[in-house]
Ligand binder design. Structure first.
Ligand code: DGL
Length: 233
């Protein structure tokens, strides 16, 4: 069973991608609405929530866990090695995907994710020449929780996205990372406002990274059993 968690509805984009890629796998989704939003909390508080969610999903039987929340993924390195076991964070795969489009990368994310500079660090670890522009857009989290979706924006929501896209445009980025899983729901709106900029959805890329990890592990394990069986004969 695969466990997926977020502070709210954002991680459902990851959940849907997992369902598409692994239709027969059992999935369980945890929305920590009681503690939402995460992006306005400090690092230690987010770490505490992340630990609790991992524990709760394991208790329910999850063998692999996707942290379908960039804010929670930004504290991944602070978890104990035992807590990190079979847990996939989504920042690094998204940074890697963005860099395939060029080294100028814009990121929109929650306040706490931007404060952590986790996207910047992940991108620079892959390419030290990368230019990363991180923009906090916490307000979009509440908008999405209240129902804002691609193609269904109220005029004032459209105006807000125009303003945010205008600021992103000044960086002349090759790509824009939707660095909060809630922003998946606004990907098409942002794409329309930023022609020529590749939109990287951390929620979807993260789900694919977990699937790749699982298939790597099972390939390795079947390799090991073939090898040990070979030794026995
Ligand atoms: N969806 C989350 C993220 O990816 C958290 C948003 C929030 O609760 O502030 O960062």
């Amino acid at each position: 069973m695969i466990g997926v968690f977020d502070s709210g509805v954002g991680g459902l984009s990851s959940y849907r991608e997992l369902k598409r890629l692994l239709p027969s796998e059992d999935l369980i989704y945890l929305a920590d609405r009681h503690n939402a939003p995460y992006g306005t909390k400090d690092r230690d508080t987010v770490l505490k929530y992340t630990r609790n969610n991992i524990k709760a999903l394991r208790k329910k039987g999850a063998e692999h866990i996707l942290i379908a929340c960039c804010t929670a993924s930004s504290v991944f390195s602070l978890l104990e090695p035992e807590e990190r076991r079979q847990v996939t964070p989504i920042i690094s795969p998204a940074a890697e995907a963005a860099l395939t489009h060029g080294k100028r990368v814009a990121v929109i994310a929650t306040k706490q994710t931007v404060r952590s500079h986790a996207f910047r660090e992940a991108a620079l670890a892959k390419n030290p020449d990368a230019k990363i522009f991180e923009l906090p857009t916490q307000i979009l989290v509440s908008l999405v929780e209240l129902g804002a979706r691609d193609g269904e924006l109220l005029p004032r929501e459209g105006d807000l996205l125009d303003k945010i896209a205008g600021e992103i445009w000044t960086y002349k980025p090759d790509s824009l990372i939707l660095g909060c899983t809630h922003f998946s729901s606004l990907g098409k709106e942002l794409e329309a406002r930023l022609p020529g900029v590749a939109i990287i959805d951390a929620a979807v890329i993260g789900a694919r990274a977990l699937v790749a990890e699982i298939s790597d592990t099972s390939r390795r394990e079947s390799g090991i059993s073939t090898y040990t069986e070979g030794l026995k004969t």
